[in-house]
Design a protein around this ligand. Structure first.
Ligand code: CP
Ligand code: NVA
Length: 305
């Protein structure tokens, strides 16, 4: 049976710990200059319907460094669901490649892609979620904090795809997760309900960022208008006033709180320069760790480890 990684809940709590451990080992191997090429002779198709810097770089470079060959297919190559039906492209791409990574708009399309593909499919972001990002985020928190116990994560901003992935993670590892967002920008209701029903984590939805930030070990934010919503940016800027992560928010958090942002950031909107450049900011470690954690995920999903 092939394995897909479409949501964080597609892996168990034990597998999450295992992936983080493998990421640590493979990161050390690459840093030491050791040759480690388990994907020699393998190819990965990377389907992008949306722009990307980190996701393309981390998957393409990571797979190459492990001996494989990654093929970039942009919107002009596969206009998924428009030029060709999802279920057709799934089977075509499977005939040439050992694994598929896809960044799509419609979440239903990634589910269909995985259903019809004969090879594993990795979700590299949809309008609904971004599971690879959140794996890199917890790996980064673990590196800096030493452990993931009793963790309070406060996300301030839009209840978007990043938040849905944190909520899925909360079904697997215990967290106190707070999403502080404007009233009309709350995360997916079913995902909030599922996270609460799992009974493992405390989930709070707040509209008061300053109160939410109290005792946070991690302050997280993301753009107010995601890809596909950029035309709403002006309108959203009005609704998100008061939801900027600034020095006052960081001062309200726990001492030595970390600042995370999946990037790209719109400096001066959801976050100030001073916070991104500040002492708690680990955003560039977080970006680098995308590669290490995805390498570990690929090794696990493809059954190498
Ligand atoms: N964080 C992230 O996924 O970045 P890109 O959109 O640049 O890939
Ligand atoms: N929420 C953002 C994340 C980018 C990595 C978006 O979907 O555009």
């Amino acid at each position: 049976m092939k394995r897909d990684f479409l949501h964080i809940t597609d892996v168990s709590a034990d597998e999450i710990s295992e992936i983080l451990q493998i990421a640590k080992e493979v990161k050390a191997k690459l840093k030491s200059g050791e040759m480690y090429t388990p994907f020699r002779g393998c190819s990965m198709a990377m389907i992008f319907a949306k722009p990307s810097a980190r996701t393309r770089l981390s998957f393409e470079t990571g797979f190459f460094r492990l001996g494989g060959h990654a093929i970039y297919l942009g919107p002009a190559d596969i206009d998924i669901g428009k030029r060709e039906a999802v279920k057709d492209i799934a089977r075509v791409v499977s005939r040439y490649n050992d694994i598929i990574m896809a960044r799509l708009f419609n979440h239903a399309h990634i589910l269909e892609l995985a259903e019809y593909a004969d090879v594993p499919v990795i979700n590299a972001l949809t309008d609904y979620n971004h599971p690879c990002q959140i794996m890199a985020d917890i790996f980064t928190v673990q590196e800096h904090r030493g452990h993931l116990k009793d963790l309070k994560i406060v996300y301030i901003g839009d209840g978007n795809n990043i938040v849905n992935s944190w909520l899925r993670l909360a079904q697997r590892i215990p967290l106190h997760f707070v999403c502080a967002c404007p009233e009309n920008y709350t995360p997916d209701e079913a995902t909030v309900a599922a996270a609460r029903k799992a009974g493992l984590s405390r989930i709070d939805i707040s509209h008061d960022p300053m109160a939410a930030a109290k005792n946070a070990h991690v302050i997280y934010t993301d753009v107010w208008a995601s890809m596909g919503q950029k035309h709403e940016k002006e309108e959203r800027m009005k609704h998100f006033q008061g939801f900027q992560v600034n020095d006052a928010i960081m001062a309200a958090a726990a001492e030595e709180a970390l600042f995370l942002h999946c990037l790209p950031a719109e400096r001066g909107l959801e976050v100030t320069d001073s916070v991104i450049e500040g002492k708690g900011s680990v955003v560039f470690d977080e970006a680098e760790n995308r590669m290490h954690v995805q390498n570990a995920l690929l090794l696990k999903i493809m059954g190498v480890v």
